[in-house]
Design a protein around this ligand. Structure first.
Ligand code: HEC
Ligand code: HEC
Length: 388
């Protein structure tokens, strides 16, 4: 009897001690985790990025790497300097559907300020409601893009601006006819004179004015910008860890780096779906270099939560699906990796910088929380008065 009692006592005491031990272990772990978060919070919000933890980078990424941070100041090209009047003329043209064949579609139809200067559609529709083959990109911060479009086929914003006007599925108008139509509108004379010093209206000036307006569409300070400048309490723990994951374990910074969150390179993200109906050869269509098959311009991640659906084909929504795709190492379906195009065998080879990341569900949530801090609120834009 006494024996049984002492055994029971021993068991109770052991369970108690073991429980205490586990509890204190958990407490230590929680404490360690919290002090790690506090430590990196302090470093990241120190105002000095040289104090940040070392990023994890692939050696291939190094030549095009710049630390993330603020957007630099916009530089206007020497042959198209900024002026208030030129930007206003550009804005007016951007909203003017008379540049289109139907007189119904303006640039702003697909690049709507209330939708993050895009259209939030999987694929845009244009002239005669025809569907295009790619997702509309935001025009915010394009002042920092080294080339335009998903495949980089336009070298400058000035040159880009004529392309949607002439695209049969977008605005479907010959640029010379569009220019003539604008030239016949009396009210434009004054706007061109103020912007360029003479009343003459040319396609070159139309391109320059639109480009000047677009270069003014820069994100204001985001939560990220404020946090790294010293407002250390602005970030939740998840956002702090998300930022850290972005720079380390998830290795997003291999490609999405600098203040623009893009290295302006073309990379194969495993999204080209060769041999299927949705096939897109990407950069190859511009260069005809087989190494460029399935490569797309690395998009900026500033404002990214406002510009979905995501990727060149708008195939991903919600945003979490993009992150899960990366976590799985951007798997390309084996049957959608090769095609014959114009008699040439082409194969897609996703970037070697993309690896199986094995992020936990919590880590994906944290990464997503961080991406949200790169977006800013809608700014109310007053549409211009269209001249008569
Ligand atoms: C019918 C919808 C539609 C219209 C109208 C339209 N766009 Fe676009 N825009 C798109 C799509 C789709 C893309 C991506 C196309 C691609 O990459 O092939 C794009 C891409 C762009 C880009 C490239 C952004 C980047 O980051 O590279 C710029 C700049 C742009 N458009 C400006 C304009 C201007 C200026 C006009 C008016 C002259 C205009 N767009 C009219 C749908 C449209
Ligand atoms: C090897 C370079 C590379 C790496 C590394 C990389 N990306 Fe990307 N990212 C791209 C390219 C290229 C695209 C465009 C692909 C397309 O349109 O099909 C893209 C597209 C995206 C988009 C969609 C943007 C839009 O406007 O549609 C998001 C979001 C994104 N990446 C987030 C991330 C995150 C988060 C990580 C880290 C887990 C990451 N990327 C790592 C190259 C990369």
């Amino acid at each position: 009897m006494t024996n049984a009692l002492s055994w029971t006592l021993i068991v109770i005491v052991s369970v108690f001690l073991l429980n205490n031990c586990i509890q204190s272990n958990i407490r230590t772990k929680v404490y360690q985790k919290q002090s790690f978060i506090n430590k990196i919070r302090k470093l990241y919000s120190s105002g000095d990025s040289s104090k940040w933890p070392t990023p994890i980078l692939d050696p291939m990424a190094v030549p095009h790497f710049a630390e993330i941070g603020h957007l630099p100041k916009v530089e206007f090209p020497a042959d198209n300097p900024y002026s208030v009047d030129k930007a206003l003329l550009g804005k007016t043209l951007f909203y003017d559907p008379r540049l289109s064949g139907s007189n119904q579609i303006a640039c702003a139809s697909c690049h709507d300020p209330e939708l993050g200067w895009t259209d939030n559609k999987t694929l845009s529709f244009g002239h005669d409601r025809q569907l295009g083959s790619r997702n509309a990109m935001t025009i915010m911060n394009i002042a920092f893009a080294k080339s335009l479009f998903w495949d980089g086929r336009a070298e400058s914003i000035e040159k880009q601006s004529h392309m949607p006007i002439e695209d049969q599925k977008e605005m479907n108008e010959h640029i010379d006819i569009a220019t003539e139509k604008i030239a016949k509108i009396k009210g434009y004379e004054e706007l061109f004179e103020k912007a360029f010093g003479s009343k003459s209206i040319t396609k070159d000036k139309i391109g320059k004015a639109i480009a000047t307006f677009e270069r003014t569409l820069i994100s204001p300070q985001s939560k990220f910008d404020k946090f790294i400048d010293g407002q250390s309490a602005l970030y939740s723990d998840d956002e702090v860890i998300g930022l850290h994951l972005f720079r380390t374990k998830a290795q997003c910074m291999n490609c999405h780096n600098s203040g623009y969150f893009s290295n302006n390179q073309f990379e194969n993200d495993g999204t080209s779906l060769l041999g299927s109906k949705q096939q897109d050869l990407g950069r190859y269509l511009v260069t005809k270099d087989p190494k460029d098959v399935g490569k797309f311009r690395v998009p900026s991640l500033r404002e990214v939560t406002r510009t979905g659906p995501w990727m060149h084909n708008g195939a991903f929504t919600p945003l979490r699906d993009v992150l899960t795709f990366y976590s799985n190492g951007n798997p390309e379906p084996p049957k959608k990796k090769s095609t014959v195009h114009e008699g040439v065998n082409l194969t897609s080879q996703k970037s070697e910088m993309l690896k199986f990341l094995d992020l936990s569900s919590q880590e994906i949530t944290q990464l997503e929380a961080f991406l949200h801090t790169l977006s800013t609120r809608n700014q109310r834009i007053t549409p211009p008065v269209l001249p008569k």
